[in-house]
Design a protein around this ligand. Structure first.
Ligand code: NAP
Length: 246
């Protein structure tokens, strides 16, 4: 199967490292122009420059998805270049046991992982509707489905993204815009580097494929959902957890 996204433009939030960086690289590898967004401009510029030096098309934009002017920032991006593929990837954790969880930990996680999907997707959809083609891919998490102690805030934000995905898919399918979610299991990134060796070993025992995932494992799923070949798939959650939870 040859995935060719030449002529398409993708916006990937949180593209400065980890899963978002891998998604940006893989989408660029299919011929798409990829706009890499994150708060740290230097890091997204590095990712975009590496894509360009390996023959792809990419640009970088400094964007805090929690900022009050996020809609204006997205409008400015779209004015320069309409977006065909939106990957709502940027996300954070702020774990604690529920009774100890500070209100700020709850608010910050919801503000970063959920609210921007509303604001950014609403802005991006207008041009997708006009083009009668679009892909929205939300990066959820397997813990949205399984739950995870110490992650009430994170699991709630990621479960909400699944409800968002399914409802929006039903609402806009007639415009030929698909909306899907990807639910990664435990993937080797800065987010999981904090695990102790002991915790990692115990975790791997629970994974059917007996390893943590790689950012590319997730990026391939996203690339497929972005492709022409996935035109008849909408409102789904793709489980990329190595069988951690089925
Ligand atoms: P990561 O390595 O911590 O990277 C997070 C990315 O998001 C970075 O590029 C970061 O760049 C960006 N970001 C964070 N806050 C932002 C903000 N306010 N505005 C704009 N960009 C922001 O995380 P990851 O492991 O690659 O995770 C990526 C996504 O996959 C997240 O949604 C995460 O919840 C989800 N996920 C991860 C795993 C896993 O095991 N790693 C499992 C399931 C789901 P800046 O700091 O420069 O802004």
């Amino acid at each position: 199967m040859n995935i060719d996204l030449t002529g398409r433009t993708a916006l990937v939030t949180g593209a400065s490292r980890g899963i978002g960086e891998a998604i940006a690289r893989r989408l660029a590898g299919t011929g798409a122009l990829v706009i890499c967004a994150a708060r740290n401009l230097e890091n997204v510029e590095r990712v975009a420059a590496e894509i360009v030096s390996s023959g792809g098309n990419a640009s970088a934009v400094q964007l805090d998805i929690t900022s009050d002017d996020v809609r204006d920032r997205i409008k400015a991006v779209i004015e320069r270049q309409p977006i065909d593929i939106l990957v709502n990837n940027a996300g954070i954790t702020d774990d604690d046991l529920f009774l100890r969880m500070k209100p700020e930990a709850w608010t910050n996680v919801l503000r970063t992982n959920l609210d921007p999907a509303f604001h950014i997707t609403q802005e991006v959809l207008k041009k997708m509707f006009r083009a009668r083609w679009g892909r929205v891919i939300n990066i959820s998490s397997i813990v949205a489905l399984s739950g995870n102690p110490g992650q009430v805030n994170y699991a709630a934000s990621k479960a909400a993204l699944i409800g968002f995905t399914k409802s929006l898919a039903l609402e806009i399918g007639s415009r030929n815009v698909t909306v899907n979610a990807v639910a990664p299991g435990f993937i080797r990134t800065a987010m999981t580097d904090a695990l102790t060796d002991e915790a990692r070993t115990a975790l791997v025992e629970r994974i059917a494929l007996r390893r943590l995932g790689t950012p590319d494992d997730v990026a391939y799923a996203v690339t497929f959902l972005a492709s022409e070949q996935a035109a008849y798939i909408t409102g789904t959650v793709m489980n990329v957890s190595g069988g951690l939870y089925t």
